[in-house]
Design a protein around this ligand. Structure first.
Ligand SMILES: C[S@@+](CC[C@H](N)C(=O)[O-])C[C@H]1O[C@@H](n2cnc3c(N)ncnc32)[C@H](O)[C@@H]1O
Length: 266
């Protein structure tokens, strides 16, 4: 492994890079109405949620949220989304499932600003904060949702401890993300062996994410082309999962695994 590879394998270095990258990216795409930052999802069984015009434009990104959270009973519940990004998922869930309160948290202050100005709904709020140090009281949420973000956290076990702390007994942890194949046993082990969480379901969803990624590839490629300076375009295409990028090829080859989880707080 080269020096750069060695540096990038350190969780602290990767965490610092993501901490700098997301506010930079949010500033570059500001004003374009980008409400989702995920790779998207297209179900293999063809069963798709019906969406209004506002959400239809983001169908494949919404479908990832529908897969992770759509079957949970959210009406009247207190929901925390850790790493809500630009808030498109938060807005769709708040409008579709009527939770009592929905708090979106993200480390990126530009994303939190974007959410505050674009997604104004009763019961929906956004705060800046760190997944590894959640600024909420013990047992204060019925559901914690976390979509395609935990690979950025330097301390994943610390994040899972925080989730278990803020969830009420019987509460749900709904989680989806990707890992290099070699990191999957540690990832799954951290979640499934947590003393206060019981794994109810885990699904490999790489095929559905690949289909979603391909469906949004042209839009992601245009964003990279129009918003990033030329030295960052290659990196941007990998980050955005454009067709033929490193990320797209690694998922297709099985070198990256995308999974979803449903856990219950004991
Ligand atoms: C790929 S985006 C996904 C955003 C959103 N869930 C979506 O699906 O559109 C990952 C998000 O994780 C956030 N993030 C990274 N590290 C974080 C941390 N330590 N605490 C909270 N959020 C973090 C980033 O700022 C970014 O918004």
């Amino acid at each position: 492994m080269g020096l750069l590879g060695e540096a990038l394998s350190r969780p602290g270095v990767r965490g610092a890079l993501w901490r700098a990258w997301y506010p930079f990216f949010s500033r570059r795409i500001a004003g374009r109405g980008v409400d989702f930052l995920n790779y998207a999802f297209d179900p293999l069984d063809g069963v798709r949620p019906s969406l209004d015009d506002q959400d239809e434009a983001w169908r494949h990104n919404v479908q990832l949220y529908a897969h992770v959270a759509g079957s949970a009973a959210l009406r009247g519940r207190r929901v925390l989304e850790v790493s809500c990004g630009h808030g498109g998922g938060a807005s769709w869930i708040a409008r579709t499932f009527s939770p009592e309160a929905y708090v979106g948290l993200d480390l990126n202050p530009e994303a939190v600003r974007h959410c505050g100005s674009r997604h104004r709904l009763p019961g929906l709020s956004f705060v800046q904060g760190d997944a590894q140090d959640l600024p909420f009281a013990d047992a204060s949420f019925d559901v914690v949702l976390n979509v395609e973000a935990s690979h950025c956290y330097p301390d994943f076990p610390g994040f899972v401890d925080q989730v278990a702390r803020v969830l009420k007994s019987g509460g749900l942890f709904l989680h989806a993300d990707l890992r290099h194949a070699g990191g999957v046993p540690e990832w799954v082990g951290t979640i499934s062996r947590h003393p206060r969480l019981r794994l109810e379901a885990m699904r490999l969803i790489t095929p559905e994410v690949l289909r979603g990624m391909e469906a949004v590839s042209d839009r992601h490629a245009a964003l990279v082309r129009e918003c990033l300076p030329w030295p960052l375009k290659g990196l941007g295409r990998d980050f955005a999962g454009v067709r033929g990028s490193l990320t797209h090829r690694a998922l297709a080859a099985g070198d990256l695994d995308y999974r979803s989880f449903r856990l219950v707080r004991s």
